[in-house]
Design a protein around this ligand. Structure first.
Ligand code: HEM
Length: 476
């Protein structure tokens, strides 16, 4: 690694020894990657610090790579280790059999409790209703969508996970959601220097880690999160009835009890804590951010908004909220939500994968420990798949029979392969019912005289929309 790129790897930029090829101060990470892609094509390498990255910018290459068993690991980034005690635990950043077992267990039990099933209808409708009622308080005034949106969204998942929900204005929950949002910002800040240059970890003094990389803030956030999860777990422990498990936490506790004599068990209290944190973080910010993009695109495209409202009014009586059963009749709304996923490309470079073995992709060598990224935003604008990539054009997803194409080549908001999003079915139902409820109840417009833009926050991981204000007007 000191002499230059290993033979056989994809073309790209090795950069200068030790430093590699980092983004210039005038460039965002996205611009850096895009500039390299223009120069080296759909599969290229870039060394940043001591890490070798391979960036995939074509749909079929991502499909091949992310179904390859040797590319299912995760990088051991320092920033992410802080949240899991630097251990191979949880769901999102674990790997190997530990990841595989807990992922399978989690999927099975969340499904048993209703994830992705029409039995969730009433739960999701109730949360959409709570959000609508909260928003109704500020109709006609320019407002930002506050954390009450995140609370309503997480409540859907949390009822499967922990059997409870919170009022959308609950102070403690709002605080935990704010911390989660801050965590996303902190792991994308200066601490990334240690992710790229792990040799510096023992050399950088603690006060620099605290002052410039916010390590103390991150650790304090971890402690508060753990206290929150521990309270819920203890409450479950004291009321657990093995004959009638109520939720995911109950089933996990039963598994811990069943394996308590096995020192290598994947089912430990520590693993439950990290898994809860992973589910909370993965499930709240993603769907909430997508809904913020949705509302923005609706404000910017009044004719599309009106078209969806016309269809909703035709098929859903005003005295009830839209439900999963209305999906068949609301295919255009489905297409609009898919187009929001495409245009926002929320998880801009996917969640990084790591090569656990040296392997080959498209005849290129991918050395062990290479970090593999999918260039989602580029793929979502690839002219080979999208007729009008620059426009907000829901027709991209309308098939010949007029139905929404939920699976489409060139489209991977939830990624692909064995590590693909675990919560996709839940996210789809939540987004559908929330989006339908918002459009049924409100006309969404930009504040008078304001021009809204679709500029994202300049973050390397999550393409979140910059805060904006809209005006909601009651429709009836
Ligand atoms: C709009 C909403 C969402 C989007 C766009 C999204 C997107 C993604 C993406 C791109 C990945 C990375 C897959 C990979 O590594 O290749 C992922 C992973 C994951 N997502 Fe989601 N997600 C969403 C909602 C949710 C929800 C509601 C949950 C809650 C259950 C969830 C749980 C997870 C978990 C646990 C993983 C890690 C999977 C693994 O590493 O095996 N996500 N998601």
């Amino acid at each position: 690694y000191f002499t230059g790129p290993p033979p056989g790897i994809p073309p790209g930029r090795w950069g200068i020894p030790f430093i590699g090829c980092l983004p210039k101060s005038s460039e965002t990470v996205f611009q850096h990657i895009e500039n390299l892609r223009k120069e080296y094509g759909d599969i290229f390498h870039v060394k940043m610090g001591s890490r070798l990255f391979v960036v995939l910018s074509e749909y079929n290459i991502v499909k091949t790579a992310f179904t390859n068993p040797n590319l299912q690991g995760r990088p051991d980034f320092y920033s992410l280790g802080v949240y899991r005690n630097f251990e191979n635990k949880g769901l999102v950043f674990s790997e190997g059999s530990k990841w595989h077992n807990v992922r399978r267990f989690t999927l099975r039990h969340l499904r048993d409790f209703g994830m992705g099933k029409s039995s969730m209808d009433v739960t999701v409708q109730d949360e959409a209703k709570a959000l609508v009622m909260d928003l109704e308080k500020n109709c006609e005034d320019p407002i930002e969508l506050t954390l009450s949106l995140n609370c309503a969204v997480i409540n859907v998942l949390w009822q499967l996970v922990a059997g409870c929900r919170y009022d959308v204005t609950d102070e403690r929950m709002t605080y935990i959601l704010k911390l989660t949002n801050d965590d996303f910002n902190d792991i994308q800040g200066n601490i990334m220097i240690l992710d790229m240059f792990p040799a510096l970890i023992p050399l950088v003094p603690r006060f620099i880690k605290d002052k410039y990389m916010k390590l103390d803030t991150m650790e304090a956030g971890v402690a508060i999160g753990r206290e929150f999860y521990m309270e819920i777990i203890q409450e479950h422990q004291s009321t657990l009835d093995p004959e009638n498990p109520r939720d995911y936490i109950d089933t996990f506790l039963m598994e811990i009890n069943a394996h308590q004599d096995d020192p290598d068990s994947d089912y430990t209290l520590e693993n439950l804590l990290v898994s809860l944190d992973d589910l909370f973080a993965a499930g709240s910010e993603t769907s909430s951010s997508t809904l913020r993009w949705f509302v923005l695109y609706m404000a910017l495209n009044p004719h599309i908004q009106e078209k969806v409202q016309r269809i909703i009014d035709e098929v859903v009586p005003q005295d009830r909220l839209p439900s999963i059963d209305d999906r068949d009749s609301l295919q255009y709304l489905e297409a609009v939500i898919h187009e929001v996923h495409r245009k926002s490309s929320l998880v801009a470079f996917g969640v990084y994968h790591r090569a656990t073995q040296t392997t080959k992709i498209n005849n290129y060598k991918i050395p062990k420990d290479t970090i593999v990224m999918q260039n989602t935003a580029h793929i979502h604008n690839d002219k080979a798949f999208w007729e009008k990539p620059d426009e907000f054009y829901p027709e991209h997803f309308i098939g010949e029979n007029g139905r929404c194409l939920t699976k489409k080549d060139g489209f991977l908001p939830f990624s692909i392969g064995r590590r693909a999003c675990l919560g996709e079915t839940l996210a789809r139902i939540t987004l559908f019912i929330f989006a339908a409820a918002l459009l049924q109840k409100f006309k969404i417009s930009p504040p008078d005289g304001e021009i809204l833009t679709t500029e994202p926050i300049d973050n390397p991981l999550l393409n979140q929309v910059k805060p904006y204000k809209i005006v909601l007007t009651k429709r009836f």
